[in-house]
Design a protein around this ligand. Structure first.
Ligand SMILES: *Cc1c(COP(=O)(O)O)cnc(C)c1O
Length: 428
């Protein structure tokens, strides 16, 4: 495929935007080459500036679970925009989406909307600290909770891709309050809690890790966290920015049957517009301003366009529960097909999958945490990525990212993808 126009646009962009992108993972630094500039997208396909059609396995990093330019969402946004795009005053639609979200997700009474997953996680941790009157938090190596200072300590995703897990600009004072644990290692968490008795406000975790590839929790791991938190008056925060409204109507809490104290959302909840949210039971949420002492705010929070997109998306998912099964079936089909052709070509690999999240790792060991995820052969991944791209298949330009399937994918698209993987496998 030819990417002349994309490369020209990237050259222009680099003059006025750092690295030519507004979020680092969009650059192709980890795989080499220039990023693709998109002009439009429809269903499962992206169309780029050179006129190429790509089958999309990123889907805006998760939100487009029903496909791009999904008609009911687009219509809702257009109709809402005609009536004004922001008021800074309450609107009825905010209550409607809140009611729907609270009805879909287990264990939450109230929800507050913000503009990104980063904001949601940052606010959730402030709330946890305010509520418990403790300062330390436990996070897991390789988990990404957005780019607020407290979380840029061995974060996954872009922060790993670029080898700067500890970003300059994060103060030592902030970093010392973030305790790091190993994903899927309950003993590690126990030790940290013991060593910091009475000081830990919350444990924040991606209940299914998605920012170091896709890593499901081991059986008993989340249950173990729940027990430790209960025994030590620590709040358990599930960062469901990626898994919320993707793994099930009620997200990972529902699928894995473990309750969190605070849940954060982003991605799917905005239907492709900038939305994040955090939610909990009444006693915790009522600790927030204006009724409680913990401050949190936003000029564009609950923005009508964003709420219209989000509400329509949640309604579609709520009314069509088989979507989650359909997505899981498609993802398993891709898994089986990919495994078969990689094996036939003697490509050493491990595939992780849960629901509509899947990742392939180029080594033979089980991938269960950050260490094992980092063992993958990055050269093999680079070749794999570029071969797929040449064949019109777009996966994330980093070995540390999950693929997110969209229900707009047909079995024909999946077969085309598996054939492309078979071709790629021959050159690995
Ligand atoms: C994407 C992501 C975030 C950050 O959300 P933004 O909207 O990019 O700020 C936080 N947590 C998880 C698990 C994510 O996948």
């Amino acid at each position: 495929m030819i990417y002349k126009r994309s490369s020209a646009l990237f050259a222009e962009a680099q003059k006025v935007i750092p690295g030519g992108v507004n979020s680092p993972v969009r650059a192709f630094k980890a795989v080499g080459g220039d990023p693709i500039f998109v002009t439009r997208a429809q269903g499962a396909y992206l169309y780029d500036a050179d006129g190429n059609r790509l089958i999309d396995y990123i889907n805006s990093w998760g939100p487009m679970i029903l496909g791009h330019a999904y008609a009911p969402v687009v219509e809702a946004v257009v109709e809402t925009a005609k009536k004004g795009t922001s008021f800074g005053m309450p609107t009825e639609i905010e209550t409607k989406i809140a009611e729907l979200a609270v009805s879909m997700v287990p264990n939450i009474d109230k929800i507050r909307f913000v503009n990104s997953g980063t904001e949601a996680c940052m606010s959730a941790v402030r709330l946890a600290r305010g509520y418990t009157k403790r300062e330390k938090i436990i996070k897991f190596a390789g988990c990404y909770h957005g780019h607020s200072d407290s979380f840029l300590i061995q974060a996954g995703s872009g922060a790993v891709t670029f080898g700067t897990p500890n970003s300059p600009g994060v103060t030592a004072g902030t970093a010392k309050d973030t305790l790091l644990a190993k994903y899927n290692d309950i003993e590690d968490v126990k030790h940290l809690v013991q060593a910091n008795e009475g000081e830990v406000a919350c444990v924040i975790i991606e209940p299914v890790a998605g920012n170091m590839g896709c890593i499901p929790p081991k059986p008993g791991f989340l249950e173990g966290l729940r027990e430790i938190c209960d025994a030590n008056d620590i709040l358990l925060v599930f960062d469901e920015v990626m898994t919320g409204f993707r793994l099930a109507k009620g997200g990972a809490q529902e699928l894995l049957n473990v309750n969190a104290d605070i849940v954060t959302f982003g991605k799917v909840i905005g239907g492709g517009l900038p939305v994040g949210a955090f939610a909990a039971r009444n006693e915790i949420m009522d600790y927030l301003a204006p009724i409680g002492p913990v401050y949190q705010a936003g000029t564009l929070s609950g923005n009508p366009l964003a709420m219209a997109a989000g509400l329509t998306m949640l309604q579609e998912l709520n009314d069509n529960a088989p979507i989650f099964e359909s997505l899981a079936k498609k993802t398993k089909y891709l898994h089986d097909g990919m495994h078969k052709v990689l094996k036939e070509n003697n490509v050493v690999h491990t595939i992780n999958r849960i629901g509509s999240m899947i990742s392939v790792h180029f080594h033979q060991d089980k991938v269960i945490d950050f260490e094992t995820a980092a063992n993958g052969n990055n050269n093999t991944f680079k070749k794999f990525f570029h071969s797929l791209l040449d064949q019109g298949i777009y996966i994330a330009p980093s070995a540390f990212e999950t693929w997110f399937l969209t229900d707009a994918l047909t079995y024909h698209d999946l077969d085309e993808t598996i054939s492309a993987i078979a071709k790629a496998a021959k050159i690995l």
